[in-house]
Design a protein around this ligand. Structure first.
Ligand SMILES: [Zn+2]
Length: 258
């Protein structure tokens, strides 16, 4: 296993705006290089590319500063996922990169610096970002199986990090609207009922697997010293996973019966 390292440029990082400044994605008069616009979505180059040997771009998702996967309309979420996927594929086709990643931060513990909803599409010139992923990260307890009307949702029993992680899977990109629906449902659950509302941050990571697509939804908390110091993952007891599974299933059937 090769451990990837990527060099961070502190000079660029120090110029980055924060949530205490005026929001640059609301004002939009100085976004930098705009790559494409569609409705209120804008694909732009990251004005503060802090990572060397990469090409960092952003999708500004909405003109609503407080928009999120958990509160967009169904149509908005579907349009957004289609736009994000299209741009991800576009960067991959350029063949300038060893790998291209699509991910998203939300909340103070997610690693994001701005509240305004945006996703990241980043090309790595020297790193295969997918090289060290384990197959087991994507397996787990099935909450619901994929059908014509829904994506598969599962809860990891071998998380990438610690405790509870969700995996949404579709067998073909044609089912992207179903992935978007499941994502909205799960993000809303995560920020409300999950752990009685104690979770305020999450990451989304997108992966291509076989002919389909997988999205990992990771609730974020302070990372434990076991993980940092020793790479030891803490996992839930089966009983706890099963409680979460039933909680989501009950919420799902309520949503489907509406
Ligand atoms: Zn804003």
């Amino acid at each position: 296993m090769t451990i990837p390292y990527i060099t961070f440029n502190p000079g660029i990082a120090s110029q980055k705006p924060s949530n205490t400044d005026t929001c640059p994605f609301c004002i939009q008069d100085n976004l930098g290089a705009i790559l494409e616009e569609k409705n209120d979505m804008i694909w732009v180059e990251n004005k503060f590319p802090t990572l060397e040997e990469t090409y960092q771009t952003l999708v500004i998702e909405s003109d609503d500063h407080f928009g999120d996967m958990s509160n967009y309309s169904q149509q908005k979420r579907r349009d957004l996922l289609a736009f994000m996927l299209e741009k991800w594929v576009e960067l991959e086709k350029r063949r300038d990169f060893q790998s291209v990643v699509l991910y998203r931060n939300f909340g103070p513990l997610s690693g994001g610096s701005l509240r305004h909803p945006h996703s990241q599409i980043v090309g790595f010139k020297t790193i295969d970002a997918y090289a060290n992923l384990q197959k087991a990260y994507f397996e787990g307890l099935i909450v619901c199986s994929e059908t014509e009307d829904q994506a598969e949702i599962s809860i990891s029993n071998k998380p990438m990090l610690d405790f509870t992680e969700f995996t949404i899977r579709i067998s073909t990109p044609a089912k992207l609207p179903l992935l978007a629906d499941a994502l909205g449902f799960l993000c809303a659950y995560l920020l409300t009922d999950f752990l009685n509302g104690a979770c305020h941050s999450y990451n989304l990571f997108f992966f291509r697997q076989d002919q389909g697509l997988v999205c990992k939804l990771l609730p974020r908390f302070v990372v434990s010293p076991y993980m940092i110091g020793y790479g030891i993952h803490q996992v839930n007891q089966f009983e706890r996973l099963d409680v979460i599974r039933k909680e989501i299933q009950a919420r799902l059937s309520k949503a489907n019966n509406r």
